[in-house]
Each structure stands twice: as structure tokens, then as C-alpha cells.
Design a protein around this ligand. Sequence first.
Ligand code: MOS
Length: 758
Amino acid sequence: MNQAAPAPRENQGDPVVRIDARLKVTGQAGYPADIVTANVAYGALATSSIARGKVSGLHTKDARAVPGVLDIVTYHDMDKTDTPKFGNTGASSIGPLHDKTVFHDGQIIALVVAETFEAAEEAAMLIRADYEDERPAASFDSKGVKMEPAAGKNPMFKEDAKAGDFDAAWADATVKIDEKYSTPTQHHNPIELFSTTAIWQGDQLTIHEPSQNVTGWKVELARQLKLDPANVRIVSPYIGGAFGSKGPMTARTAIVAVAARRIGRPVRCVVNRMQAFGTQTYRAETRHRIRMGAGKDGRITAFGHEAWEVTSRPDPYVVGGTSATARMYNYGAVLTHVSLVHADRNTPGYMRSPPETPYVYALENAMDEMAVALGMDPVEFRRINEPEKEPIGGKPFSSRSLIKCYDQAAEAFGWSKRDPRVGSMRDGDWLVGMGCATAIYPTAAAPCAARVRLTADGEVRVQCGSHEIGTGVRTIAGQMAAERLGIGMDKISVEMGDSALPPAPVSGGSISTASVCSAVMKACDAIRGKLFAAAAGRGAPLAGSGNAKLDLKGEEVVTETGKSAKLADVFKAMQVGAIEEYAEFAPKGSSPEALSKLYAGQSEFHGGENDEDSVKYAFGAEFVEVRINSYTREIRVPRIVGAFAAGLIMNTRTARSQLMGGMIWGIGQALHEATEIDQRHARYVNRDLQDYLVPVNADIKQVDVILVPEIDHQVNPAGVKGLGELGNVGTAAAVASAVYHATGKRIRDLPIRIDDLI
Ligand code: MOS
């Protein structure tokens, strides 16, 4: 694998090494559960063994007899608290210890607290429940599921996209594809386990828990516990894998806080991997029917995308990826419809590119099938269906570099060497296949605050309650300050992941770089303004250079004409030791309440398909080579090339790392990852990393990332498009297309496994 960070091209920042790299590789960047706190007690969960019904009795006597057990929190112990809410901040409305109803297998029925982790685990296993159980519905095909249209059930998915007269266009189409696709349930398995550590000091509560939304959680937890949000603090400086899993707060947080208050000691609960499958969120299985009609010239005239998603009984969690698929190409008529299927399952939640991963998988497969049906090169097919405007609202794209991505990736991959005939390429015992697909992710931003302090000796501190979830945002927020203030990275410190800091939106939806950097830039520009006014003022070091453009470079205020004044002297002239600025950024189109909502823990997203002036997306093109052993049908991916355009790239090293990680995950989605469900009991079966397959190093060979230069002034002041969730979109479809090219077998249901190719 090529290890070098790409050299910056136009509109791309330096590949600055992460400012927390050393801390991370030396184990000093502790996870929230590593926090050392005196007198901590340990919690362990007991969970239901049925998926639907009621808890009619709970037997805790044996558990209480385990030496070291301090307390058991169960039904009625949570009565004085408010139930969780489903939404952007709360994972589910299911309040496990509020109500004896069982909504899913693995639902929390008690929390044991003990002197040691071992005692807590032992006691939790001794808790016995009596149930009145009913036959559960596990998924799409189960008896007793409830299906409803998804549009309007959840603010995240307002309507089914439509354009023109689909039925007429479909009837008239010369070449037609009408196929079904499916993606499986996938569970978050971050290396860092889920955990809550609750510490009370009087009526002040501090929670150490991995979180992508410390401000949102502070407010939501305060609501559940009926506290003043000012008395709640969420601390989460480093996270070992997030990807949406630590976005919404789950019911456990409040339960652990209640336990700590009851015993008058800090309580730490680290959820074991098996229990995380039922107590955290996950990517729900999806089904798709795609109808695509085209003329002999290869122009698409009709696009129909129907989809079905699974959710829990009470919560309308929906991803609704048709909002992106309906705007991808120049389709002509479009008809989409998303349905929600309520089953006896825990509520799903965000997982990296929640809508695009499954929906674009279906679309890009259909694109490949249509290219084959037309006898057309799949890249050429996409080229001729490139839209001038998005087909639903007729709005322009703020920028769209998809074809540049295809050109650059195809060139690097060697696409011209591909023989389009199915099964024609071979290397000894190995069948060789090559495929490609489009990646797309909406560019959004949300209100964000930041505080920046510059001292006379050139030390910079950046504070923002955003979250370093592994993306490098702590580093690039520092880069933004370094660049605007003309200070070296070695003198920049960045604090994040604490609700005591200026509020930031949820670190989800790939909005952090755009939102955080825009706020940091605004604070820095306010500092620049003060320094420049002082530097050019009467009697000041640069007096009289008022009209000259001033800039900050190398700890100096510099003029266009080459004059300069040392920062320390400008501070001296100002008679201050430090300048500190607090800035609030709100994206264009923000509501009048957008900033007050930020402080209330609600992130108001802008961008994607929702803005008035244009639709905003980042794009990419991915090319994959697969090799399939002609005897064993073993599937290998020796190389993958992705080219991506995402506006200003703050740091080519961290950007490449995100995109590479995304493509690797995409390979996992194509070939490995799936949660198996026991349909009789609505129970997840492979609840550990031995049976829940993810790619390992031996599965991943060459992964190349090309960063295509792109300038977009419309997206936000920083000109940044998010890319954290771009890389894993389209990958699985590219693999499926390569598998088809190698074998002639079109696999429409993920993951693609050896048995599919026998
Ligand atoms: Mo991401 S799934 O929006 O953390």
C-alpha cells in the first residue's frame, strides 16, 4: 500500500501530521472509560432474552447475594426520571426501565453495580426474569410487521422525490432494467467498547462517555434527569471508533447516572460486545426495487427507486437515501417511494453514510446492469447521463466534479486495459474482474461556536465542543487557526470533546470540518481585525500603512509592500497580553433560532438538497479489481482506486485517511459484513468479532486515493465539503460490478460470498 500522503494540489492544505498522533500511538489518548476516578463502582447490564412481550417478574435475590454487589437498578428505580426521546440526540424512545414492555431482544432489564467488574458481571448473569412473551417479528418477511410510508414520519426524511411522468416514460423506454437489491443488518463494532462513567459532585453530574454530540447529550440527559443543563457535563476527548454509533445517546447513560446517585459513588459501566448489539444502534437491513429505462442512445429516461427499511416498533428511524439517488443523474422522469417496516427490534441508527451506502449500492448496481444491457462502457454511460441541473428541483449543483473523478481514477486504475467481455480476463487460476461506481455524499454544515486565544508570545488555543472521532478535525481546526494567524502548528493547542467548551453540532453527517473550520476562521478573522487596526494605528508599529493589505505571517503583521511588525510589538502597542475571540458561525439560510438551538443541543443542518440556491454534494469515482479463484471461488480485492472531489481539502493526509478507511469499509460491506438474525426469536446471532466479519489487513491490498482539486465558494465560508462519509459509498457496487465482469454472476444481495459464486 502506498503510505505517502498525497502532495497538495490546487485548493488543498498541507498533510500536517495529527497533533494527537503521538498521544494516540503511545496509548496516552485515553478513552472516556479510562478516566481515573477514586472509589469507582462497576456496572453490568442484564438484558432480556425475549424480543416481544412483558417482564412479569424479576428475580434478583441470587444476584444480590454475590459478594461485592452494591445495588441493582431496575423497574421503578427510573420512575422519577423522564423517558428517553427518539430524535437526533436520543437513540430511541424505548425507556427500558420505565416500562416492562419488551420491544426487542437484548433490552436492558437491570443494571447491577458492584465493587468489582467481575462481581457485577456475575451478578448480572444471575438475574432471572419471567416473561409473558409473544411471537416476535424479526424483519421484512415476518408475520406481524407493520408497514407504512416513510415520508414525513421523521424530519430527516420529508418526502419521496418525484419528477415528470414516470409511468409514461417507463412505458416508452426501449431498454429496461427492473431488479431487486438488498443490504443486510450491520452492527457497529468499534474497538473502543461503549461505556458510561457517571460522577456526581453534589448536584453536578459529569459523564465520561464516548460521544459525537456532547452538547446535545448534556441537554437531553438533563431533561431525562430533570436537572438544569448547566449542572451536566459530558466529557469525551478521544473516541475509538464512532461512525454514528456514538451519535445518539442511548438509555444506559441515565441509568448509570441514577445508579451513581443512589450509591453515592462514581459508577462505570462498560458494555460488553454482545450486549452492544441490542443496546446500541445499528444499520438496518434495506430492500430496493429499481426500474431504469433508457433509449438506445444510452440516455436514461425513467428512474424508479422503491425501498424498504426496517425499524423498531415505536420509532420511525429512516434514512431515505432516495434523496441522493434521485438527484444523481440526468434521468428524465423520477419516481421514488420509501417504506418503513416496524419489527420487534431495537431502534436502528446512524452508521457511516447511513442513506447513501445502501441506496447508492442499489442505484450503482442498476447503472452497471443498464450499461451492460446497452452494450456501453459503464464510465461512458455515466458520462452521457451527467446532469446540468439536479432532476428533482431543477437546481444547479454548487459544484460537481464527478466526471473529473472518473477520468482521473480511470487513468490511474488502467481502465483502458479492461476487456469488457464477461469472464475474458484471467491470470492463471484466477478470474479477473474490473468494475466501477459513483460515490456521493451531501455537503452540509450546521451552526457552530469556537473560541480562539492568541497571546503576545504567539501561543494559540482553539476551543470548540466538537469531537475528534478519528477524522483529524482537531488537527485541521488547528491548521485553520495556524493559517489565519500566521503561527506554526507547534504553538497551537486545540481542545474538543467537552460540553463545557463552546457548543458545536453533532459530529455526524460529515459536517464537522465545514462547521468547525468556519467558526474557527470567524474567530481568527476577528483577532486579525483587532491586530491590524492596532498595528496600523497612530504611533503603532505600522502606522500609516492603513490602506495596505495586512496579513499575519511568521508571528508578524506584514504589509503588501514588505513592511512588518512583530506580533509582540503590536500587543505591546495595544497594552494587552492576549486577544480572545468567541465566534458563532451559522450557515447561509439558517433560521433566526439556529444559534439558540445550538446552545440547546440541536444541530440545524443546511446544505445537501435543501438549500434554495443550489444542491451541494461531494462526489467520487471508485474502481475495483477483483480476483476470483476458478476452483474455490475465493474472492480477493487486490486493488481499489478512488478519486474524490470535496472542495477545499484542509489536510491531504487526514482526507486520504478518511477516504481510504471508507473504501476499506466498503470492501467489508461488499464481502464480509452482516449481522445474522435468528428469524424465530428476532435475535442477533453473530454478536462478536469472531463471527461478525470485518476485513483484516490480509483482505486489503492496494488502496489508492486521488484528491481531485475543486473550488466551491457556495458551500460555506471555509469552502469545505465533508468527506468523512464519502469513501464507503459506491464501493460495494464497484465490487459487485467487478464480480459480474469476472464471472457473469450478478449478485444483488450483500454481502457477496463464496457460496454466491459456486
Ligand atoms: Mo455519521 S453516520 O453521520 O457519524
